[in-house]
Design a protein around this ligand. Structure first.
Ligand code: AMP
Length: 273
């Protein structure tokens, strides 16, 4: 396995590759969720590139915020995990390597799709995500790129970007990996105390109750709002492709997505309904 920090070395390492290249973009602090993306990539490609880059563009104030500064950075442990999972190349550039002139002038604009749900609380987040993913696609030129359903809005936005910009990459969606208690694995779970983690379970429990039609959407919102230690940001039921709200109860395929704040940590989750 190669650990590569510059664009030039990456391009060089990929220049002679003939088979299918997979890209697994991450921000590091890896867990079982990321490894499931790597496993899917390993199973159907000749060469697997995993990127590790905490992208300031997708954080509040272009990274001038505690969320960005406190984001867990564990490159050494991540590299060991990726090596044992069979990754061929880790691309882990620093910020100056990705943005040598500082904030880029030209961005990908994610419009209405990126402005709602997560985007309403995190303005510009998806423009930052789409911009860095477009840069990574351009550097790696993968045949397939792997994204987790955990970040359902991100997945929908990236699929739409590939469609709208005619990017020649196949986007593969990988199911959510959860802990035994039902909490979706997330790098941010590291910030949770035992009590926080227990309180956070209200989100997956409520989504499951919705899926099983044990409660309706209004009851679900009320339950989450009244749940101890939980601040509800949003809970919506939407079309998985357009992210437009659908009426309850949904008649076709729908996705319930929610975001809560527990302690100082913002957590998201979703389930097919
Ligand atoms: P992140 O490092 O948080 O940016 O995540 C990198 C990729 O891993 C994204 O495509 C995420 O959707 C995916 N991912 C994160 N957590 C999970 C999870 N629990 N299950 C499946 N995929 C995940």
């Amino acid at each position: 396995m190669k650990l590569i920090k510059t664009k030039a070395e990456l391009i060089d390492a990929l220049a002679t590759i003939r088979g299918n290249i997979a890209l697994v973009p991450t921000m590091g602090a890896l867990h079982e969720g990321h490894l499931s993306l790597v496993n899917a990539a390993r199973a159907e490609n000749d060469l697997v590139v995993a990127s590790i880059f905490v992208n300031p563009l997708q954080f509040a104030d272009l990274g001038d915020c505690d969320d960005y500064r406190n984001y867990p950075r564990t490159l050494e442990a991540d590299a060991k995990l990726l090596e044992s999972a069979g990754v061929d190349i880790i691309f882990a550039p620093d910020v100056e390597e990705m943005y040598p002139q500082g904030t880029p002038e030209i961005w990908v604009r994610t419009g209405e799709m990126g402005a709602q749900l997560e985007g309403a609380s995190r303005p510009g987040h998806f423009d930052g995500v789409a911009t860095v993913v477009a840069k990574l696609f351009s550097l790696v030129r993968p045949h397939r790129a792997y994204f987790g359903q955990k970040d359902a809005q991100q997945l929908a936005v990236i699929k739409r970007m590939v469609h709208d910009l005619n990017l020649r990459v196949d986007i593969r969606a990988v199911p959510i990996i959860r802990g035994a208690d039902g909490l979706a694995e997330s790098s941010r779970n590291q910030h949770l105390s035992a009590t926080d983690r227990n309180n956070a379970l209200a989100l997956s429990a409520t989504l499951a109750a919705l899926r099983e039609r044990r409660i309706d959407l209004d009851q679900a919102r009320a339950e989450l709002s009244n749940s101890p230690g939980v601040e509800l940001d949003y809970l919506e039921v939407v079309s998985p492709e357009t992210l437009q709200p659908v009426t309850w109860p949904p008649s076709g395929p729908a996705l319930a997505l929610g975001a809560i704040i527990v302690g100082n940590t913002r957590l998201i989750d979703n389930m097919d309904i």
